[in-house]
Design a protein around this ligand. Structure first.
Ligand SMILES: Cc1cc2nc3c(=O)[nH]c(=O)nc-3n(C[C@H](O)[C@H](O)[C@H](O)COP(=O)(O)OP(=O)(O)OC[C@H]3O[C@@H](n4cnc5c(N)ncnc54)[C@H](O)[C@@H]3O)c2cc1C
Length: 404
């Protein structure tokens, strides 16, 4: 392998020293317990950490400077990423800001929206949620029934959203609502940014099989949103929503979801963790790693991880070259990564055998229940951001050109 130039060696040392000095006290030792998933404490730890990284110039890449973007040569960015992955870091706050709000505002937002919102998303100061799905509008998103009626300089919103991830701690949300009751589907919706602190907004957590409440319901009872908070044109919100879904399903979405596993330790995110698990798990008098059946399956996951990583890099390179938002191809990476997460989860459950019944809190739980958590959380991966079936329809019709 080629040697790193002296300048980069020095930079790597600088990053390592910064991490040592700034990570929470006791980080990486058994004494340091990351707060339970989906708690306010964990959310605040993420906000604190992102702000620290941002102030140091270690995050906030890929956005223009005038919107708070941080400029840094790609080699240095790679070193920051590598060093953070090596140490393991607290992860971001529970927020969909980086994943979908910032990319949407950058592409479709007004100038004031870009200046007001993007910098505080990059620095982790404000968190976001997404109000798209409703009880009768999931896969059929165009069937949104929540309405907004114009009243002077404001819109009055009434209705309900469901499955809204991270809505519990969100400061702001993106919202898709019906603004024309007569117009045909797809041409009757508008897209708004709303403040979660205003009157008329309420939220309630929903409990998932993993035991946590990552998502929840949101209720709008005469909630007022300023007209200037509209993104894109009146009754053309569908197209803005497609920008959001593209950002979610694309490299960012799939990779971020796979890497953080809901904010717990990144256990299960890498093949090496699986190797370690197999080496430390005894089954019938020998370790799982000594069993060729498990070794082959771990290798299969390793191959798939690499394939996903390279196709992600190819997508990013293509997007940079074309300077265009992601297209329908993001459905391929979304499905592949979601289904791989489930295969990896099932394999880890096979390895730990009967201990897969032990969740966090049980003294018998392996790695404090993180494997079980990752496996249960992965079940939702083929539903969120569009189900696997819906993404297969997109691949079939819009990429392969098959008939409807
Ligand atoms: C973990 C998680 C997080 C989520 N976070 C958010 C969020 O932050 N914001 C938000 O707005 N939503 C969120 N969702 C909701 C998610 O987008 C919807 O659950 C999803 O779009 C499916 O909608 P549905 O649940 O109404 O199921 P339905 O649309 O009722 O689908 C039921 C079944 O029918 C199948 N189906 C439906 N239509 C077709 C079709 N045309 N062809 C073939 N099969 C079809 C589906 O694949 C599925 O298997 C989240 C969901 C999960 C699981």
């Amino acid at each position: 392998m080629a040697e790193e130039p002296m300048k980069l060696v020095a930079f790597r040392k600088e990053v390592r020293a910064w991490l040592r000095a700034n990570l929470p006290r006791g980080w990486g030792t058994p004494e340091f317990k990351i707060p339970e998933s989906m708690t306010l404490e964990r959310h605040q730890l993420g906000m604190w950490w992102v702000k620290k990284c941002y102030d140091a110039g270690y995050t906030g890449f890929g956005y223009p400077k005038e919107y708070g973007g941080v400029e840094r040569p790609v080699e240095e960015r790679a070193i920051i990423r590598e060093e953070m992955a090596r140490t393991g870091t607290p992860g971001g706050p529970y927020s969909l800001g980086l994943l979908l709000a910032a990319p949407t505002i950058l592409r479709a937002g007004q100038e004031w929206q870009k200046k007001r919102f993007i910098p505080r998303i990059l620095s982790g100061e404000e968190s976001w949620c997404e109000g798209f799905s409703e009880p009768n509008a999931g896969s059929d998103l165009a069937n949104v029934q929540t309405t907004a009626v114009k009243d002077g300089d404001e819109w009055v919103v009434n209705g309900q959203k469901v499955w809204s991830s991270n809505s519990r701690y969100a400061d702001f949300g993106v919202l898709l609502v019906k603004t024309d009751l007569q117009a045909p589907r797809h041409r009757n919706l508008s897209y708004f940014l709303f403040d979660c602190k205003v009157k008329g907004f309420d939220r309630r957590p929903l409990r998932q099989m993993s035991g946590e409440s990552e998502f929840g319901e949101m209720f709008f009872d005469n909630m007022r949103v300023p007209d200037k908070n509209m993104v894109g044109e009146l009754n053309r919100g569908w197209y803005v929503a497609m920008t959001t879904l593209g950002a979610e399903r694309g490299g960012g979405g799939a990779a971020a979801a796979a890497a953080t596993e809901g904010g717990r330790r990144t256990v299960g995110a890498g093949t090496l963790d699986l190797v370690e698990l197999a080496k430390n798990t005894k089954r019938y008098g020998k370790t799982a790693w000594e069993d060729s059946h498990f070794r082959q399956q771990i290798m299969q996951i390793a191959i798939e991880s690499e394939a996903m990583r390279y196709s992600g890099v190819r997508n990013i390179a293509r997007l940079r070259a074309l300077r265009q938002p992601p297209g329908n191809e993001v459905s391929i990476s979304k499905n592949f990564s979601a289904e791989m997460r489930q295969r990896r989860g099932e394999l880890s459950m096979d390895i730990i055998g009967a201990y897969s019944q032990m969740m966090r809190g049980s003294p018998l739980a392996i790695d404090d229940g993180d494997w079980v958590y990752a496996s249960l959380r992965a079940k939702g991966a083929t539903i969120e951001m569009g189900t696997s079936e819906v993404n297969r329809n997109i691949i079939a019709e819009r990429i392969l050109g098959l008939p409807r």
